[in-house]
Design a protein. Sequence first.
Length: 332
Amino acid sequence: MSMLTDADKGKAAGSNGSRPSPQARNSAKPTGPGSKGRQWRRLWIPDQIGGWAMALMPGLAGLLVGGPTWRSLLLMVAWAFCYCFEFTGSRWMVSHRAARFAPPALGYALLTAVTGLILLVGTPGLLRWAPLYLVLGVLNFAAAWMRTERSWWNDTVAVTAACTLCLIAVSLGSRFQKPGSGLEGANSGYFGCQPNPAVDCFASGFLPSAALPSVGVVSAAVFAVTQFGSVIFVKTMIRERGKTWCYLLSLAWNLALCLIGVAMIRTAGWWPLLTALVLLVRAALLPAISRRRRIPILYVGLVECATSLLVFILVIAQADVMTAALTSLLGA
């Protein structure tokens, strides 16, 4: 699923943001020593650091919060291949199947399929998530084909895909790899419940509680609300630059995060609020500055990498504390 920012997608599609430019088409031709290597990297390696950060950080945080296992590690490898497939496949679709974009798209599709099948053999419980990701994948590539990959709805698809992975990674973690109460007599076969219903249990239903651990739900939710806030912020800097309604929406979104942080101070401490304040300051100041002087897209991407890292640190350091705080807050 697409985790490209507005800036990233414009570069992937071409200088006009919707179709490859003549310069992009000509760049595929060797022009001198080393050009073949540079062309290979442009075709095969996603070069948008903001996209990498937004795609991988939720899953990596989930891996660390849940505790690394071979399943969660392989999940991240498969997801990295999936991101590369999305990037190259979307570029192929945007170009309406230009031949030079086909090899990387097909290559990453094969790598994603192979690692995914290996993971499913050892983790059949992941099949419960297949319908969701199938729908998200179809929507993403449909957006690329229609050249609406920078739309609000496709950004929502991207955020949903990346943040749900955080929940999945947590559920596969070592902290949950033991039989729970009432599972001792469960079927131990391929679709049995041992050692973790999130891994290989359908005997307890399609979506057992073990597949939705509270710490995973909270971690995924933190990434979801902050990443969608990032989507709004980036639009205030690029596509919706100078538009008051988008700026006010960004401010309102980040103010709401600050209010949640305030409500959590007594039980979760100051870190959630301080993180929300940093996000609010960036959302308030940078668009105001860009009205007078355009801020280079590279700088916008670097700012979002820094804020993504800040949220990542918050989640891996405070996931359990925030879960207890929100449980107490919602229970009250």
